[in-house]
Design a protein around this ligand. Structure first.
Ligand SMILES: [Zn+2]
Length: 153
């Protein structure tokens, strides 16, 4: 990636400042940049790298939110068992429980906020929905003919 050079360093620098995201500009302006992506291997490689980074961030933050939700659900189920567990560990039951719950809630809020920020600040939503559409097409192509005819009846 480092060895290939940008075919137009001026456009390359503009695209780099946008993190290779041209989804926010008008279609007329976009045409020149799309042409550059088609011509320039370096910029198109960087564009796909940044989009996959955005996608990974969105997936990671949503997973983090899910894990905190899971932790809260586990804590709710542990409540009947806490009597035994905390007595053996010698911990103050309600303090420990409330600390864990508030840590879980704080983590959940933080992950949801991070996820929202990723979705707002990056073109991750369009990137991820693009992937989803491609996958759906692939799956549809692989469907047996009998199921296909059932679907389009
Ligand atoms: Zn370029």
């Amino acid at each position: 990636m480092a060895t290939t050079r940008c075919t137009d360093p001026v456009i390359g620098a503009i695209l780099a400042s946008w993190r290779y995201d041209i989804s926010g500009i008008t279609p007329e302006m976009r045409r020149d940049y799309e042409q550059h992506f088609a011509e320039c291997a370096r910029c198109s490689a960087r564009q796909s790298f940044h989009r996959s980074l955005d996608g990974a961030l969105a997936v990671l933050t949503s997973l983090s939110a899910l894990f905190f939700l899971f932790a809260l659900a586990v804590l709710k189920h542990i409540k009947p068992l806490e009597h035994v567990a905390f007595k053996i560990l010698g911990l103050d039951i309600s303090d420990m429980y409330h600390m864990l719950i508030s840590a879980g809630v704080a983590g959940l809020c933080f992950s949801v906020m991070a996820f929202a920020l990723v979705l707002m600040a990056t073109p991750a939503p369009s990137y991820l929905s693009g992937i989803a559409v491609e996958r759906a097409k692939l799956i549809e192509e692989r469907l047996p003919a009998r199921i296909k005819s059932m679907r389009f009846r």
